[in-house]
Design a binder for this molecule. Structure first.
Ligand SMILES: [Zn+2]
Length: 722
């Protein structure tokens, strides 16, 4: 996942709200001069002071909880003064004195926001969640006051109307267009009453989405399954047994094994536990988060959000929120999104039904009465997998120690782009588990700084994501990027190191892909740099990296037994290859179900607050979802769309997979997975370009044609006729 704000790319930078990424690229010319530092020399608040740390990384060792609120307030005041200066300029509006000035305004505010966003996501506490909630409406109001300032809009619009006569470079034109679009899409061109209503809605939405996310976190943390009898653990891998025992101790139990709703805990339990009742308990605990009619219930909150989004879209002149969002994306229209998903949904549902039949057969053969249920799916999937491919996931785990996987991803980046990674244990971090690396070009010059925060803990939100602490730009000198990647991998235990498995290895490669997209950026303007691209294009940069991780020639290099150093045996790799399309019906169906649910909520034509459960049930019946599968995210804990930036955008991951599978074929076709010409072209035409050109144009420049869906269907075994 990629971090986005509640607002829209492009516009977000204007508001100083962005947590997006970017950087410098490889050239053999003399290095450009560094940009002047951000901050106020000698300020007592470390968030506002000039950072004299090496590489200008945030001084996490000095920043305390109490610094955030005053820093935000002072930075907002400075930002307001900068905006006032632009508006109050007596010279006629020009690209420089308006568009570039806006680009440069709010630097400090943006910096505070990035640090807070990163720390609050990865290592929060009660004070920080309070700060987030206090600030949400203030920040929304601050952003609105900038973007809905009529005099500022006049200046931007004046420059925009003259854009063909200004002699601008293509990147400058793009910056101007994006800035203008940001204002228009925020309601700047509306009259007074409509504009006021937009501001009210934005402020309410900010509070609702913050509350939604906190409710999901609280419900996730509140659940515990305590298993007293070791027989109910089944063949759970030893390191996960140890982790569950530690969890029970931490939770105050003298004996037993405790499981929670974070995926690294619940998924293995569902796979291995032979006890159907316990599986049902934890499965329902997961599925009912935010849907328990208690103080953390999200049904009314999300229904209200969907209604307000529909209202806002209509004020802006769009039929629905989905139309409003998609206009700004690579896919452009809801119809195009729905028909593309339909093409994959139909074959995937057929394959999922066959998977269900295979599992039912095994359940019957075991003498287990009744029909397969949702909480049986993962359990029998593993059994069928073992029977069919003799693949034991547990036996694979020791080959995927987290740091070995990390080095594998570094190796891929090295082979493709020549990068080297140098650990810096001396740089400040927000948690002692965090790792920090200096990333260098092949010629030894600096590319940027990379943070990795691997392990799950209660202070971290679920999932995996990347964000940017500093974006690349080259406006007043070169600014190198600082990016962070965050995961929820099982930590090391007293019994052994962190063993993460192949799926988590893919996740590590995914977030590293976002990080590299940020690090390879080579543009002028920060708001067009790195991952500041449409959201259905942003997952391309991440997902392309996953393709190398499962390739035999790559696996043999990084997947080594943590005790013996022995590489993953060739016969195991063969089985992995043979089982690559296994269970893809389920994986594809649970994903598209969630993506369709997202579209359903955002294709509302009337701003009415619906019964969330009834709506979800009706939507899923309409598309024919089978009852043994629930959407990958049910509405009440769908953070991507109600607490992240992915409303009407969850489809993006699959859309981007069409691109990444098709792009990877470009390497396969050369006969060399690390073909340097192809890698150079990928970097030059796409990964260094940020959002300076439309995604489809960048893609065609790389591939020589538009993407084909065929490689995706083949990779997932959905081409029919097996
Ligand atoms: Zn992602």
């Amino acid at each position: 996942m990629k971090e986005l704000t509640h607002t829209f790319p492009g516009l977000a930078r204007i508001l100083g709200l962005v947590f997006l990424g970017a950087t410098l690229s490889a050239c053999s010319e003399a290095p450009p001069p560094p940009a002047p530092p951000v901050g106020i020399a000698g300020h007592e608040n470390p968030l506002l002071a000039v950072w004299d740390t090496e590489f200008g990384v945030p001084p996490f060792d000095q920043i305390q909880n109490a610094h955030y609120l005053p820093a935000f307030h002072e930075a907002m005041e400075i930002h307001r003064a900068e905006i006032d200066a632009i508006v109050g300029n007596s010279d006629a509006p020009t690209f420089e004195n308006t568009i570039v000035a806006l680009e440069e305004a709010g630097n400090l505010y943006s910096r505070v926001g990035r640090v807070f966003g990163a720390v609050n996501g990865a290592h929060t506490n009660d004070t920080l969640t309070d700060v987030a909630q206090t600030l949400a409406p203030e920040r929304a109001a601050h952003g609105d006051a900038v973007i809905l300032n009529p005099d500022l809009w006049d200046r931007v619009n004046t420059v925009f109307e003259a854009k063909d006569e200004l002699g601008l470079t293509p990147e400058q034109v793009k910056l101007l267009e994006e800035t203008h679009k940001g204002f228009v899409r925020s309601g700047a061109a509306l009259d007074g009453d409509a504009k006021d209503r937009i501001m009210e809605i934005n402020s309410e939405m900010a509070q609702l989405s913050t509350k939604f996310g906190l409710n999901v976190l609280a419900e996730t943390n509140a659940y515990e399954l305590l298993v007293p009898d070791s027989a109910d653990l089944g063949g759970l891998p030893g390191n996960l047994v140890a982790l569950a025992a530690e969890r029970a101790q931490t939770n105050g139990h003298e004996t037993g094994w405790a499981f929670g709703l974070d995926r690294p805990s619940i998924n293995p339990f569902l796979e291995y536990s032979p006890n159907r009742e316990l599986r049902r308990d934890i499965f329902m605990g997961y599925a009912l988060r935010g849907d328990n009619d208690n103080d953390q219930d999200n049904k009314k909150i999300l229904a209200r959000m969907a209604a307000r989004r529909a209202e806002r879209a209509q004020i802006m002149g769009y039929p629905t929120h989905a139309h409003f969002i998609l206009e700004d994306n690579m896919a452009e229209t809801p119809d195009r999104v729905l028909s593309f998903m339909e093409e994959v949904w139909r074959p995937a549902l057929e394959v999922a039904k066959q998977e269900r039949a295979d599992m039912q057969e095994m359940m019957n053969a075991e003498g287990v009465p009744g029909k397969l249920e949702g909480w049986d799916w993962r359990h029998y999937t593993e059994k069928v997998r073992r029977a069919r491919f003799a693949l034991d996931q547990e036996a694979l785990l020791p080959f995927f120690e987290v740091n070995a996987v990390r080095d594998g991803v570094f190796m891929i980046a090295g082979n493709l782009y020549g990068f080297t990674f140098h650990e810096r244990t001396d740089l400040p971090r927000w948690h002692p588990d965090q790792q920090v690396f200096e990333v260098r070009e092949a010629d030894g010059s600096d590319l940027g700084i990379l943070y990795l925060d691997f392990f799950t803990r209660p202070s971290k939100r679920g999932g995996a994501w990347m964000n940017s602490l500093r974006s690349q730009s080259n406006l007043d000198g070169f600014v190198t990027p600082i990016v962070t990647t965050n995961f929820n991998f099982p930590p090391a235990t007293t019994d052994g190191p962190s063993l993460i498995g192949l799926n988590n290895a893919m996740t590590l490669a995914h977030e590293m892909g976002h990080a590299l997209h940020g690090l390879m950026s080579d543009v002028t303007y920060s708001s067009l740099s790195g991952t500041s691209v449409p959201r259905d294009f942003v997952e391309f940069g991440s997902q392309i990296m996953e393709n190398w991780m499962g390739e035999p020639e790559v696996l043999t290099q990084y997947a080594k037994h943590y005790e013996t150093g022995e590489p993953l045996p060739a016969e195991v790799i063969e089985k992995l290859q043979a089982s690559a399309t296994f269970n893809q019906g389920f994986i594809t169906v649970e994903f598209i179900a969630a993506a369709l649910l997202d579209m359903g909520w955002h294709l509302l034509e009337e701003p009415v607050e619906l019964d969330a459960d009834a709506f979800e049930t009706a939507e899923m019946q309409r598309v024919g979802l089978i009852e043994e599968i629930i959407p990958r995210y049910r509405s009440t804990y769908f953070n991507h769309i109600f607490s992240g930036g992915y409303s009407a955008g969850y489809y993006s991951y699959l859309w981007a997979e069409v691109l990444d599978k098709d792009a990877f074929q470009a390497f396969v076709e050369t006969g060399d997975l690390f073909d340097s010409d192809t890698a150079d072209r990928l970097r030059r035409e796409i990964l260094s370009r940020g959002g300076t050109r439309p995604g489809m144009e960048l893609y065609v420049n790389f591939r020589g044609r538009e993407p084909s869906i065929q490689a995706l269907l083949e990779a997932r075994g959905l081409t029919g006729g097996n």
